[in-house]
Design a protein around this ligand. Structure first.
Ligand code: F6P
Length: 391
């Protein structure tokens, strides 16, 4: 008997996925219009997308789209003609961002080719006083014990996932929650045991999520692990093009590096470590097309499978990567994390703040306590976090 629970769809009014499709996506179209002075042709394409994604059905990509065949394989052949809310939520959200880039001319020769519609918001975040504060806090790390420093940098990367520009659009008060409650699952001891101080792990892969205030602590963690000799080589996976509002692209990595290297104090030396590691090849940045696929990682292509099989550890950051890792399904929360990730080709860790319904690996007491205190809101509020590891 097949006991795999159903994939999450966006078809139930009143649910979080439904609100993302029907409210957040229109709000993102407005945000993009306000961010850059798109001309009448682009405005009309955005009008058409707004109509399509709220009142229309899924349309295939235009015949001349460079990635039309890839998207046919990824699902447009199956889903074309269906309402956006009736297909897997993971798929419809991802397709929305592909269509948005098409509407603003990101892929077509002309003024807007290659222009990230989310860049103004990303830069504003990167240059904000909050980022200054986070960078100056690095000066205090030297006074900590090695264990405390490890923990601070790991938790910095974990909680950096709360800084997500798309998520803030629909957070109740316009900001992400503050304060850091205890983790709902914490396998950090297993994570550190995979990355002992010596011998150095030959390869760490970190699959990044958001740019700006999440990517900076991800880079700091990588710099720390390289600097400590826990890791010989690291590969940072980012998105090949703008995605889910604030997801990191190669250009965002360069912006983050610039931010670190122009900061005073310890931040600058972390930036210098990263610069050196990039130039001598100990750190590589990779932007694989599958990073923007609307599919679970279980369907990863052979080259990624091969790389992640070689890695001592692959760390996946954030909510969307978690959804893609465990399958975006209605798992009972106590389903074993190791059971749903047993197909992953090597040891894998998830560092995620909880921003969508899917969850695995909780113990029954934790689930009961969270639900008693908050109803189901703990699943989506972004105020809880986890570190889960499968060796
Ligand atoms: O930036 P993160 O942590 O991947 O979160 C993005 C999340 O926001 C959403 O777009 C809506 O919650 C989810 O689809 C996604 O899981």
């Amino acid at each position: 008997m097949d006991v795999t629970p159903p994939v999450i769809l966006g078809d139930e009014p009143g649910t979080f996925p439904y609100s993302v499709l029907t409210e957040r996506h229109p709000a993102i179209i407005d945000q993009v219009r306000a961010a850059l002075p798109y001309g009448p042709d682009r405005q009309a394409a955005l009008d058409a997308l707004l109509h399509d994604c709220t009142k229309g059905v899924i349309e295939p990509l235009p015949a001349d789209a460079h990635d039309r065949d890839r998207w046919r394989e990824w699902g447009t052949d199956t889903y074309a003609g269906r309402p956006w809310t009736d297909v897997p939520w993971l798929w419809s959200e991802s397709y929305f961002y592909r269509r948005l880039l098409g509407a603003v001319g990101y892929f077509t020769p002309g003024t807007w080719q290659g222009v990230d519609p989310f860049r103004p918001a990303k830069l504003a975040e990167l240059d904000s006083p909050e980022t200054d504060e986070e960078l100056s806090a690095l000066d205090g790390l030297a006074a900590l014990s090695p264990d405390e420093r490890d923990r601070a940098l790991l938790h910095g990367s974990l909680w950096g996932n709360r800084a997500d520009l798309g998520f803030r659009l629909s957070a109740a008060d316009g900001t992400a929650a503050s304060g850091t409650p205890p983790l709902v699952a914490d396998d950090s001891a297993a994570l550190w045991s995979l990355l002992p101080p010596a011998p150095a792990a030959p390869l760490l892969c970190l699959i990044a999520d958001n740019a700006g205030r999440e990517l900076i602590p991800d880079l700091l963690l990588i710099a720390h692990l390289l600097g400590q000799g826990r890791v010989e080589r690291a590969v940072l996976h980012v998105k090949p093009h703008p995605y889910f509002v604030s997801d990191a692209t190669p250009a965002d990595v360069l912006d983050a590096l610039r931010r670190l290297r122009t900061a005073p104090g310890a931040a600058r030396s972390y930036g210098d470590t990263l610069w050196a590691a990039l130039t001598d090849g100990r750190l590589a940045v990779r932007a694989h097309p599958f990073s923007c696929a609307p599919l679970p990682y279980e369907r990863m292509p052979g080259d990624l499978r091969e790389e992640w099989a070689r890695a001592t550890l692959t760390i996946l950051k954030g909510d969307l990567n978690y959804r893609r890792l465990v399958g975006d399904r209605k798992w009972p929360p106590t389903t074993g994390f190791a059971d749903v990730t047993d197909w992953f080709p090597g040891p894998v860790a998830a560092l995620r703040t909880l921003k969508s319904e899917v969850i695995t690996g909780l113990d029954a007491g934790t689930e009961t306590a969270l639900t008693a205190a908050e109803g189901q809101r703990w699943r989506t509020s972004g105020s809880h976090a986890l570190i889960q590891v499968r060796r």
